[in-house]
Write a protein that binds this ligand. Structure first.
Ligand SMILES: [Zn+2]
Length: 248
């Protein structure tokens, strides 16, 4: 996923699933909130809606994505937020943390905690099986999660990052069902050359090719069938509301 490409953002959320996330976010925003920082706003699908009712500032490292944002905005990264401590009643951070490597995640979390006066709303994919959506370039062998996700979260992992200086007020697990693939079966699929297929026009970030390994044979068909019987599914999203603990 290329955050700086026009193609990424003009096609973002083509399936219109942001409306469900927006309705949860709106329900979670505490009544006294007036100012919001949307950290990692992307193309502003949610930001622009929140800006109808709140004083919203949008932050994203991609100037291309920010073109679509219709409220005050700043081009910056979550791990170096150019605002003083406690600048916003609420910091929203949706679909961002899963894209960060370990050091950036740690710094990003400390930054959103710092600029929040009171609340944090954090939305991430719930228990995402990252390897399930690994693609492999047929030319150079480059392999990564199709959305460039590097982290997988559950409530315990978020709690570990946010407590004890913030406390969890509420959480919601919702969205379309996401089926897991048994890791052993997935390893066989990969050995057989069946990898996740990226959308058309997506180019390999390493060599620029748009050819990907996606072989199918009798064994891969059998494995996919078997997986339907033994695997389980869970809702895609985890959204949380945290509150800053008052200093004694
Ligand atoms: Zn390649």
């Amino acid at each position: 996923m290329d955050y700086f490409s026009e193609h990424t953002w003009e096609n973002y959320d083509r399936d219109g699933r942001s409306s469900e996330r927006l309705s949860y976010i709106k329900k979670m925003i505490p009544s006294k909130v007036q100012t919001i920082l949307d950290a990692g706003c992307g193309n502003g699908l949610i930001t622009n809606e929140l800006a109808r009712d709140y004083k919203v500032t949008a932050l994203d490292p991609s100037p291309v994505a920010l073109q679509y944002v219709q409220c005050p905005k700043i081009c910056a990264s979550i791990d170096a937020i150019p605002f003083p401590d406690s600048s916003f009643d609420l910091v929203c951070c949706n679909e961002v943390l899963e894209h960060l490597d370990d050091p950036t995640l740690k710094k990003g979390i400390s930054e959103i905690k710092r600029v929040s006066k009171k609340y944090l709303i954090i939305g991430v994919p719930f228990k995402e099986q990252l390897e399930k959506k690994f693609y492999r370039c047929a030319v150079c062998g480059f392999t990564e999660n199709v959305y460039s996700h590097l982290q997988s979260f559950d409530l315990a992992k978020l709690d570990e990052l946010l407590t004890p200086d913030f406390i969890l007020l509420e959480h919601h697990i919702f969205g379309p069902p996401e089926r897991t693939i048994h890791p052993f079966l997935l390893s066989i699929l990969h050995k057989q050359g069946q990898w996740f297929l990226p959308p058309k026009r997506q180019k390999c970030p390493q060599c620029g090719s748009s050819e990907y390994l996606h072989k199918s044979n009798l064994l891969t068909k059998l494995i996919n069938g078997l997986n339907l019987i033994i695997s389980h599914s869970h809702p895609y999203w985890l959204y949380t509301l945290y509150q800053k603990k008052d200093k004694i």
